[in-house]
Design a protein around this ligand. Structure first.
Ligand SMILES: [Mn+2]
Length: 345
């Protein structure tokens, strides 16, 4: 993989681009790809945005949302589009299988493949050009950096700004998580200066829960959250039947994993769901506790130090057992991180 800087000269001539992101898009995946799309269009390029699967409704206010081509719904159309594409930008993931059914099409794509991502352990051999900075708050911030690298800040407008802003807000928990850097806040300031309504952007994104979502939250916190105080850890599980009972939609469980972290002595929270015959999980931590390591070692996953995901081939019950064994194995490490956090400001 060559540095992305070496690709910039190629932007001087009009090109045809595609942009894609990981399966089950979140605000950073959609915000960063849409932001890049509008920027490349302003440079005079043709751009198609491809999502691996259906996008969550809570992000439907994003400009360009309805023009996104969904691979799972129109795979033949996507394959046709890609025949005329010079290069494909891969954002907010760093290994093809994170796009699930789209992975094979990406592998077979004959044009240039460009990576822009902030997850750990990029599969650099799969990309021609790219940039991977795990310390970056969000891929949205990396798109902003890319615009600066192109020396085209003057092209920033409200459309680009609102997309990048929500990506950074979501991945930093509203500029609260430890991945928030001075550069993140400097970007936020620059984006605000385009005149975007940051309050309205967040309302439109986050105040979109259904009654069922809130009832689900109540049920989970009351009856389905297990605490392991001696491990400074918590576990939330959602069996398949609960998904049906509360009619949980795509995106409906977004953010639930973070609730246990608001308890003072809990610094490691895990959320395990059983859905469509799959057992998947989200892991969150605070401080120096690296849960991407745990996700990779035990649950076929990975991600960031404080936010990772994984999956299990075993039943929900068996996965919960495995999780408890993992907690025991890592008890000392978790306790130590908690002590360390107690001593910091
Ligand atoms: Mn991200």
């Amino acid at each position: 993989m060559k540095p992305i800087q070496e690709y910039i000269a190629q932007l001087n001539e009009p090109k045809s681009f595609a942009i894609t992101h990981h399966y089950n898009a979140d605000a950073d995946a959609l915000g960063s790809t849409l932001g890049l799309r509008f920027f490349l269009e302003k440079l005079g390029h043709t751009v198609t945005l491809i999502s691996p699967n259906k996008n969550p409704a809570y992000l439907s206010w994003l400009p360009g949302y309805n023009e996104i081509v969904v691979f799972d719904e129109t795979s033949d159309e996507v394959k046709n589009i890609l025949k005329d594409v010079d290069a494909i930008f891969c954002l907010d993931f760093n290994i093809f299988h994170r796009t699930k059914h789209l992975a094979k099409t990406l592998e077979e794509f004959a044009g240039t493949k460009i990576l822009m991502d902030h997850h750990l352990q990029p599969d650099e051999d799969s990309f021609d050009y790219g940039i991977s900075i795990p310390a970056k708050s969000s891929t949205a911030e990396m798109v902003y950096d890319f615009i600066q690298l192109c020396q085209k800040e003057d092209l920033l407008d409200k459309q680009i700004a609102s997309c990048l802003y929500i990506g950074a807000v979501a991945d930093t928990g509203g500029f609260k998580y430890s991945n928030t850097a001075p550069s993140t806040l400097e970007m936020a300031a620059a984006l605000m200066r385009t005149g975007i309504d940051i309050s309205r952007i967040q309302e439109r994104t986050f105040n979109t829960r259904s009654e069922g979502d809130l009832r689900l939250l109540g049920y989970i916190l009351k009856d389905n959250m297990q605490l392991f105080p001696e491990h400074n850890a918590a576990l939330i599980t959602i069996p398949q039947d609960i998904y049906k009972k509360y009619n949980i939609q795509s995106g409906g469980t977004e953010g639930l994993v973070n609730y246990p972290l608001s308890i003072g002595n809990i610094i490691f929270s895990t959320f395990i769901v059983e859905k469509d015959g799959e057992v998947k999980m989200s892991l969150r931590s605070q401080g120096s506790l690296d849960i991407s390591n745990i996700a990779r070692t035990y649950f076929n996953g990975g991600g960031h130090r404080n936010a990772s995901g994984g999956k299990s081939d075993e039943s929900l019950e068996k996965t919960i057992e495995t999780f408890k064994e993992v907690l025991d194995k890592h008890k000392k490490e978790i306790n130590l991180c908690y002590k360390e956090l107690q001593q910091s400001v």
